[in-house]
Ligand binder design. Structure first.
Ligand SMILES: NC(=O)c1ccc[n+]([C@@H]2O[C@H](COP(=O)([O-])OP(=O)(O)OC[C@H]3O[C@@H](n4cnc5c(N)ncnc54)[C@H](OP(=O)(O)O)[C@@H]3O)[C@@H](O)[C@H]2O)c1
Length: 337
């Protein structure tokens, strides 16, 4: 799923929240919770695990390292760097060679492995020349410490430039893009998704439920209960109306709102795979059910109408001016290049 020549399963799971300490809504034993979570994911055929150097201050990687001991090779193990390892040290953050090297060694040690299957640049840092990042990542691949590389949370022009440089200089290109994508946030349809498709990048969609808003818990009678990620009164009327549309489609199909919202992320592009952010096993089981949900064109139209998402310039302008540009043959040209 994530990269050419290697197979992952769409049942990717994120591990930002599992293993969280000191939150009332989690079980007492975070290690066991992560264990159950990964086991349930694996039982369903999932094999992709996504973490980061900063998730839970490093505890996420440590739990996973213990958990995967003895079965590491069965999983497509991904981690990320960029975010600071020491807020007092300017060189302990960012995408430059020094932080990449220090972060990678730290993640490998915590995860008890000698290589990562996918290493993500977590965010574009705006300071490091992309040439330096690509060359340093290529060295990590050549050293066998990383198999594939990806980039998260970056402008399309940065990723395009990075992969074009890599192509021309014989360096390892990015194979994956990690970005937010849901019915509440369709921004990637403007530039990032077309770019990813043109470069053949896999798109790992984070917050596919908008942090839980699309699960329907905020719009159902009685509200979400306690311990949820969002305060109910912090959610905008627009987002609540999209959540209601999801709930209606789910009701008509006899499935859950989370399953409809997750299934939608895979409708527009075969490149997209949602990262499941379930907080407990019931949520995980519910979310995995999305794999069995097929949305009709009519259901997709109802969901997308609710988002009122304009593609904006330049996509709208280019589409509108096509008859003027191509004249009477405009219907016969199909947009491929
Ligand atoms: N690259 C990046 O910058 C970046 C940023 C963010 C996340 N990520 C990755 O993406 C993963 C997913 O993001 P996310 O956690 O924001 O995803 P999400 O699916 O949008 O939100 C997860 C939240 O949705 C709720 N939820 C999930 N399934 C549910 C269900 N079946 N029923 C009811 N509620 C449900 C839970 O909220 P409650 O806790 O309120 O119950 C859960 O904490 C993360 O774990 C992380 O690995 C990456």
């Amino acid at each position: 799923m994530l990269a050419e020549g290697r197979r992952g399963d769409p049942r990717a799971a994120g591990h930002r929240r599992q293993g969280e300490r000191g939150r009332a809504f989690l079980v007492d034993d975070p290690q066991r919770e992560v264990d159950d979570h990964v086991r349930r994911q694996a039982d369903a055929g999932g094999n992709v695990v996504d973490t980061a150097i900063n998730y839970r201050g490093g505890a996420s990687e440590e739990y996973l390292g213990e958990l995967l001991t003895g079965r590491r090779e069965r999983f497509v193990l991904a981690s990320k760097y960029t975010v600071t390892r020491d807020g007092a040290d300017p060189n302990a953050a960012g995408n430059h060679r020094k932080n990449l090297t220090g972060s990678l060694e730290t993640s490998l040690r915590r995860l008890r492995t000698d290589h990562l299957d996918v290493y993500w640049v977590h965010l574009w840092d705006r300071h490091t020349p992309i040439e330096e990042t690509m060359r340093a990542l290529d060295d990590a691949v050549t050293a066998g410490k990383v198999l594939y590389i990806g980039i998260s949370d970056a402008p399309a022009w940065v990723v395009s430039r990075a992969n074009t440089l890599a192509e021309w200089r014989g360096w390892t290109p990015f194979a994956g893009l990690q970005v937010p994508y849901s019915l509440l946030n369709r921004d990637i349809e403007r530039e990032l998704l077309p770019m990813a498709e043109a470069f053949g990048l896999t798109v790992a969609a984070w917050s596919p439920l908008g942090g839980g808003v699309l699960s329907g818990k905020y719009t159902r009678p009685g509200g979400p209960g306690s311990g949820t990620r969002h305060a109910p009164d912090s959610i905008s009327e627009h987002d609540l109306s999209v959540a209601r549309a999801v709930q209606q489609v789910a009701g008509d199909l006899g499935v859950t709102a989370s399953q409809v919202a997750l299934a939608w992320t895979r409708v527009r592009s075969r490149a997209v795979h949602p990262i499941i952010g379930a907080r407990n096993l019931d949520q995980l089981t519910d979310d995995l059910g999305a794999l069995e949900v097929t949305l009709s064109p009519e259901a997709v139209a109802r969901l997308e109408d609710a988002t009122a998402f304009p593609a904006g310039f330049p996509a709208d302008f280019i589409a509108q001016t096509s008859p003027w540009v191509f004249g009477e043959v405009s219907q016969r040209v199909d947009g491929r290049y």
